[in-house]
Design a protein around this ligand. Structure first.
Ligand code: VAH
Length: 313
């Protein structure tokens, strides 16, 4: 049995769908604090989960004895700056409960998402390496950095096979993002199709590492399927994705919708968050340890997003 906590989220919705295709719906239990979203409703077993409720999580481990647990529940960067203490509490407490229950119930594998948000203003901004100075200045970022330290600690000290990826900004059409700084790269497609224009909250030249959700899900499953002895990183793997600016994304959309108009708001608080993050990432270690290869470049992302969103908007 596989348990996915935070199944309604941007990653969770797609991961549950992908895992159910591989393992059979009945073997993948989706759980979230809210009832299943439109994509997950009536598509397999569901449990309510509150990562701040120790007894509730313990009950899920005891009842289902999952061989794998994916803990995806989190408060992301932008919302985290509006609710700093709640973001720290939710992002850390849930992880520590899950790591302890993995020891108690001998769960085979744990997955926990980290982010390029673990890097900060003094980290190298281009081809940011796996190891470097990390001074994240968002609560979300340093909660993910602390979480990476806990993951490595539970691996070294208790042998918990916990695996993690530092995701770039994720772009997908099956589920919307919530409360992130990179979410402009999803909203832009919806707005382009609905209104033919979009006012971005990051400046035109703000380059950020991004990744199509199909690549992110494939990377997650590749990592989880890799032989443990191949993995040299037990904090979290860098994943580069593809770096581009809002202007480059707008130009790519115009190849499909020539009349699309892009404008840029200024002094949005998310600009400072974006400016503290890397412009591009070095993911050599992921390539070497578990054969990672990106598939979707900016042209393919744009084509696939527009093609699929057209059908549901
Ligand atoms: C956020 N989408 O914007 C997340 C992600 C790298 C960005 O961590 O907070």
């Amino acid at each position: 049995k596989i348990l996915v906590i935070g199944a309604n989220g941007q990653i969770g919705t797609e991961l549950v769908t992908a895992l159910r295709k591989i393992h059979g719906a009945e073997n993948v239990i989706a759980s979230d604090i809210n009832s299943p979203n439109y994509a997950l409703r009536n598509s397999g077993p569901f449990e309510f989960a509150n990562v701040l409720d120790k007894d509730n999580l313990h009950h899920l481990f005891d009842k289902h004895r999952p061989t794998q647990v994916y803990l995806l529940a989190a408060i992301l960067s932008a919302v985290g700056e509006q609710k700093p203490k709640m973001a720290w509490d939710l992002n850390m407490t849930g992880l520590l409960y899950v790591l302890d229950f993995a020891v108690e119930f001998k769960t085979s594998k744990i997955f926990w998402p980290s982010s390029i948000a673990v890097f900060g203003p003094h980290s190298p901004q281009h081809n940011t390496p796996q190891y470097c100075v990390m001074d994240p200045n968002t609560v979300y970022g340093f909660s993910k950095l602390a979480g990476e330290r806990w993951c490595e600690y539970y691996f070294e000290k208790y042998g918990v096979d916990v695996r993690s990826i530092r995701y770039p900004g994720l772009i997908g059409w099956r589920a919307n993002p919530g409360g992130g700084t990179t979410d402009y790269a999803v909203h832009i497609f919806h707005e382009a199709l609905k209104h033919g224009k979009y006012r971005g909250f990051l400046s035109a030249q703000t380059a950020l590492p991004m990744m199509y959700m199909d690549d992110a899900i494939r990377a997650t499953i590749n990592l989880m399927d890799a032989p443990a002895e191949n993995l040299s990183i037990r904090s979290s793997y860098n994943l580069a994705g593809i770096s581009f600016t809002p202007e480059q994304l707008a130009e790519e959309i115009k190849k499909h919708i020539p009349s699309f108009e892009m404008t840029y708001a200024d002094n949005d608080p998310r600009q400072a968050i974006a400016d503290s993050w890397p412009k591009s990432i070095d993911d050599t270690q992921a390539q070497q340890d578990w054969g990672w290869q990106l598939d979707y470049d900016l042209a393919k992302i744009t084509e696939d997003m527009l093609t699929n969103l057209k059908k549901i908007i």
